[in-house]
Each structure stands twice: as structure tokens, then as C-alpha cells.
Design a protein around this ligand. Structure first.
Ligand SMILES: [Ca+2]
Ligand SMILES: [Ca+2]
Length: 223
């Protein structure tokens, strides 16, 4: 009788432990919809359409000090988000691209979905006019509804030498008497670095220059 009672108590304890482990597992998993607001903080640079993705540990759009991927190079040199979008398909939870250029001082917003398995938000957009400059940021999504504000730096993709010439930078730009071109001078700096800004070496003057940060990014969980 005593042995049966002990066995029953043990069985009950195991059921309780099992149910507790399951509820903890479920408690750790979450998904949510986030409102992302991006403001261009520069006075003389536009952002090309912003690529945003939510993803897990296995994805990195860029890392300072490292060589840029071909997909990032195409975004940084020409504002083309499609190669990175294609590379992210099947890995990212949300992939969003804003429309048009974001002017100095302007703000845009969009929604993404994220969660415990896709807890990073990465954003990137070319800075124009630059040879291969981009705004980039990677943040960790919070499961809480409180809005969080981050600041993004301007990076040099390191894939093109910064000659600051109209022939090398897609436009149009008011400094260029022609549309602006896709030339890729030099071998670049070789790795992703903090951008030095516009030095006035080519067709663009110092009023195109900036200091970091280049963007304010606010992320708020909505549901
Ligand atoms: Ca460069
Ligand atoms: Ca170029």
C-alpha cells in the first residue's frame, strides 16, 4: 500500500514537472508585429529604398571590419535591394522595402513581424550621393510593447574608391549636368568601415558631408 502511494506521488510529480517544462517552453516562444520608424538625420544625403528584415542568428547583412557580400555591395553602390532580398528569402521572417528616396529630415514607417526565432531587425539603405556608402543597423527586437529608439551609422562598404564623381554615383543630383553613372572606380577600401563622409574630392561639395549618426530608428511592438 505504502509502495503504491509512493509510486502514485512520483507519477504525479513527473506529470507536474512535464507540464511546467511545456509551459516554460511556450512562454519563451513569441511572435509580434512591430512598427519601425526611420528618420534621415543628415542634411545633404538621401536614403535609397530601405531594406528591412527580421531574422535569426544565422543571418548577417553586414559586419564592420569584414568584407562586404556581393549583395550588400550592390545595395551600397547602386541602391539595389533585390540581391539582398533574394538572399534573405527562406531565412528571414519579414522582408520589407520602402518606396522612393528618403530626403534629409524626412521620416518613413513600415511594419515587420518578428519573434523569438527571428529576434533581430536589420535595416540598410544606400546614402546618395556617395560611391558605396550605406546606412545600416542591426538591433534585437524586444517582446515588450515599449518603443525603443536606436541610431544608425553611415558605413563605407569598402568595395569602391570614393572618387565622389557624378560618373560613379547614380543620380540625378543637382551637382551633375547628367543623370549620374554606375562607374566603380578603384578596388575600394577592402572592408566595411565607418564612412569618412564627403571630402569634397570630386563633384560634390562639403554640404553633402555628414556626421554620425545618419538615422534614427524607432521600433515598437504593436501586437
Ligand atoms: Ca568606398
Ligand atoms: Ca559606383
Amino acid at each position: 500500500m505504502k509502495r503504491a502511494l509512493v509510486a502514485a506521488m512520483l507519477a504525479l510529480a513527473l506529470v507536474c514537472i512535464g507540464s511546467s517544462a511545456r509551459s516554460n517552453l511556450f512562454a519563451q516562444e513569441w511572435t509580434g508585429t512591430y512598427l519601425v520608424t526611420v528618420t534621415n538625420l543628415t542634411s545633404g544625403q538621401h536614403f535609397t529604398p530601405i531594406l528591412a528584415a527580421t531574422h535569426g542568428d544565422d543571418v548577417s547583412l553586414f559586419a564592420s571590419g569584414m568584407v562586404a557580400s556581393d549583395e550588400l555591395r550592390m545595395l551600397a553602390e547602386g541602391g539595389d535591394t533585390m540581391p539582398l532580398t533574394m538572399a534573405l528569402r527562406g531565412k528571414a521572417m519579414s522582408i520589407e522595402t520602402t518606396e522612393g528616396l528618403l530626403a534629409p529630415g524626412a521620416t518613413t514607417e513600415f511594419l515587420v513581424n518578428g519573434g523569438s526565432m527571428h529576434r533581430y531587425l536589420s535595416v540598410a539603405a544606400m546614402l546618395i550621393p556617395t560611391n558605396d556608402g550605406f546606412m545600416g543597423l542591426r538591433v534585437t527586437l524586444s517582446s515588450e510593447p515599449r518603443a525603443r529608439t536606436y541610431y544608425a551609422y553611415g558605413y563605407d562598404a569598402g568595395t569602391e574608391t570614393n572618387d565622389e564623381k557624378c560618373d560613379s554615383i547614380p543620380g540625378p543630383h543637382m551637382e551633375c549636368t547628367r543623370p549620374g553613372g554606375g562607374g566603380a572606380p578603384g578596388m575600394g577600401e577592402g572592408f566595411i568601415s565607418i564612412h569618412r563622409g564627403i571630402q569634397g574630392d570630386g563633384d560634390f561639395a562639403g554640404d553633402r558631408d555628414w556626421r554620425n549618426p545618419v538615422a534614427r530608428v524607432t521600433v515598437q511592438r504593436m501586437s
